[in-house]
Design a protein around this ligand. Structure first.
Ligand code: ATP
Ligand code: MG
Length: 137
């Protein structure tokens, strides 16, 4: 299978916990390669634009506030089946439902402050990589 790209974000709560290295090591251990990365404190416009699909959800305002509450690490991971591999490694959105050993089980504080993001499918991955790394790819 051809190498695939996915957009990952280490969210503000995980950056504050100082576990960036541990999370990247977990990704490397399952064969993902980091091909771009940037630390950034998102603006409200960026957070709201990035999560635009959730605009009507009741948690949208709170989610945008959380995502702008401190620096995040934006990452492009590449590898065979990268999208599915990274989402499986993150575990369920709600850490209470995340499997043992997953990133969210280890490092999420709540369903909102759930430590990491991963693109949902190929179309989302293309859009999200373009959203943050237009100039690189
Ligand atoms: P992500 O898109 O960040 O990888 P996901 O695909 O597992 O996560 P989505 O349904 O796309 O989950 O939700 C996007 C983000 O919105 C979640 O990661 C979480 O931070 C937040 N979120 C989702 N559901 C809730 C909720 N019920 N209450 C508060 N925040 C939520
Ligand atoms: Mg999602």
């Amino acid at each position: 299978m051809a190498a695939e790209q996915t957009l990952a974000i280490i969210k503000p709560n995980a950056v504050k916990k100082n576990v960036i290295g541990k999370i990247i090591a977990m990704a490397e251990d399952i064969g993902l390669h980091m091909t771009a990365a940037r630390m950034k404190t998102l603006s409200s416009d960026e957070a709201e634009g990035f999560y635009a699909e959730h605009r009507e959800r009741p948690f949208f305002g709170s989610l945008s506030k959380f995502m702008t509450s401190g620096p995040v690490l934006l990452i492009v991971f590449e590898g065979d089946n990268a999208i599915e591999k990274w989402r499986k490694l993150m575990g369920a959105t709600d850490p209470a439902k995340a499997a043992p050993g997953t990133i969210r089980k280890l490092y999420a504080d709540s369903i909102e402050a759930n430590s990491t993001h991963g693109s949902e499918n190929k179309e989302a991955a293309r859009r999200e990589v373009g959203f943050f790394f237009l100039e690189e790819f």
